[in-house]
Design a protein around this ligand. Structure first.
Ligand code: HEC
Ligand code: HEC
Length: 443
């Protein structure tokens, strides 16, 4: 019955465009979108499906606007509102509507799911304190981190699975990482028994076929007119290999890696809207100009752990001719083409908002202490140098899935641009910010 309802609700609308604040986006799949796929089926014991947290209307993630609507329509009983990882605290009291409203506040306000991980055995650090606004009372041997679901689409461009790369095994094909991800999502999010290999394969084949992107802009119209290359169909034909266009020529040995090492960065990562540079339409010129800013506007990239901010990092000293594309280097997808976690400062204590916990981590050898809202990759590797590191995500269909960054700290794309302008002292003018925004909204 449940399956029928989902099928009926989706099969009609799935090929239709989904509206968002700057236009609409679509999903394209050569294999068609079969709503009877196990992706849409109840997999565990708590009523959840992959579709609970990954929806085409929200570019295959979820947004607070829709979640608040879902909460009101179901009195907070839709399966996404479960207290294993949907609530701020594990096992929160969700017995009344009022209690549910409080227990799921981060999910309702910022679309954040709780990722609970234990401090790895033999970690170089220990958690010595936590300022927890929710007073969950969890032991210091674990941490709750609140993160945005990543889109389960455009996966053909991935070099790293999950914000902290915890499903990525070095040297292994991304496809196998995705299979592990399905198993962990089924036993974790859905609290189910381990799924069969056939089921895992069915879901991975399905999600790998999904391409999603903005296709129409309210102001400029179709993003494919007059020689422009927006939209998901074009994206589905974009070639990719791990390491493509990497500025440092990094090339891991793994299935899906490029045949040859990149000889440096071609900063022109996005080549979608160049034909609009001299368009009669001011809106189109703005998007084309924004693309150019993203590709080529130079600023100094300094003190980024993982890149040039710590001992053992591949680059020593500031990168004077930095661009957005130094880190967002995958052609027309915008993620990092190799697995390389970076700390750009999103989790710094100085940026902490009162709704997030603040952890104090102490180095077991040196005694040094650092405060962070999310230890990031360090909770996977146990390494002190990995604190606050995350992957550079794919930058398509952005307009459909605010808020941004792993913790939803940028409510809008304009806020994300302001973050970079401040963090890297880019010095963007108002006009440049507006054009960059128009471009990001058109992705
Ligand atoms: C309760 C919500 C929830 C459910 C249910 C859920 N996910 Fe996710 N998914 C997330 C969150 C949150 C993340 C990011 C977590 C992180 O990186 O730490 C994520 C990440 C992913 C990613 C990684 C994408 C990337 O760019 O690395 C894929 C793929 C994915 N989910 C697919 C699935 C599939 C398939 C299912 C069903 C078997 C599923 N998810 C069920 C919340 C959910
Ligand atoms: C030093 C590397 C680096 C540079 C330079 C950089 N980014 Fe990022 N970007 C990242 C990383 C890493 C993340 C993920 C951070 C997180 O969520 O913790 C990210 C995330 C984003 C996101 C959020 C995507 C999402 O799904 O939430 C946007 C938008 C973005 N970057 C745009 C830009 C723009 C525009 C520029 C140039 C002004 C830029 N980036 C420059 C590394 C970089």
């Amino acid at each position: 019955m449940f399956r029928l309802m989902v099928g009926a609700a989706l099969s009609g609308i799935i090929t239709m465009p989904f509206f968002n604040s700057s236009g609409f986006h679509r999903t394209h799949s050569e294999r068609g979108i079969d709503t009877n796929n196990a992706f849409f089926q109840d997999l565990g014991t708590n009523g959840r499906t992959c579709f609970s947290c990954h929806r085409p209307a929200e570019a295959w993630t979820v947004t607070p606007i829709e979640l608040r609507d879902r909460f009101e329509r179901t009195a907070g009983l839709d399966p996404i509102f479960r207290n294993n990882d949907g609530s701020n605290c594990e096992g929160a009291d969700v017995s009344t509507l009022r209690k549910r409203r409080g227990a799921f506040s981060l999910l309702l306000q910022k679309g954040l799911i709780r990722v609970g991980l234990d401090v790895p055995a033999n970690a170089e650090f220990e958690i010595v304190d936590v300022d927890d606004p929710y007073r969950c009372g969890a032991p210091f041997t674990s941490a709750s981190m609140y993160r945005r679901p990543l889109p389960s689409a455009n996966l053909e461009f991935l070099s790293t699975v999950m914000w902290d790369g915890r499903e990525t095994v070095p040297g292994q094909a991304i496809e196998l990482d995705l299979m592990t991800q399905v198993r962990d999502a089924t036993t974790g999010h859905a609290q189910g028994a381990p799924p069969s290999d056939a089921l895992v394969r069915e879901i991975v084949d399905f999600e790998r076929g999904l391409f999603t992107a903005q296709t129409f802009d309210w102001w400029t119209g179709s993003l494919r007119d007059d020689g422009a290359h927006g939209g998901p169909r074009r994206l589905s034909r974009q070639p990719f290999c791990i390491g493509v266009n990497d500025p440092l020529g990094m090339l891991p040995s793994m299935p899906g890696a490029c045949a040859t090492r990149s000889t440096g960065l071609d900063p022109n990562v996005f080549t979608l809207f160049g034909s609009w540079e001299d368009s009669w339409s001011a809106g189109r010129r703005a998007i084309a100009h924004g693309e150019k800013i993203f590709n080529t506007r130079q600023f100094v990239i300094d003190n980024v752990p993982g890149l040039n901010g710590g001992a053992g990092d591949p680059v020593s000293g500031p990168i004077q001719t930095g661009t957005c594309t130094v880190c967002h280097d995958t052609p027309n997808a915008g993620n990092h083409s190799v697995s390389m976690s970076l700390n750009i400062g999103i989790t710094d204590a100085s940026r902490r908002t009162p709704d997030l916990p603040l952890y104090t981590l102490q180095n077991r050898t040196t005694g040094a202490a650092v405060q962070t809202t999310d230890p990031g990759r360090a909770m996977v590797t146990g390494k002190w140098s990995d604190i606050g590191k995350f992957k550079g995500p794919i930058l398509r269909a952005l307009a459909a899935r605010a808020p941004y960054f792993h913790n939803g700290s940028a409510a809008t794309l304009a806020d994300a641009i302001d973050f970079y302008d401040t963090r890297f002292h880019v010095g963007l003018t108002r006009r440049e910010k507006a054009d960059l925004l128009a471009f990001l909204e058109a992705l």
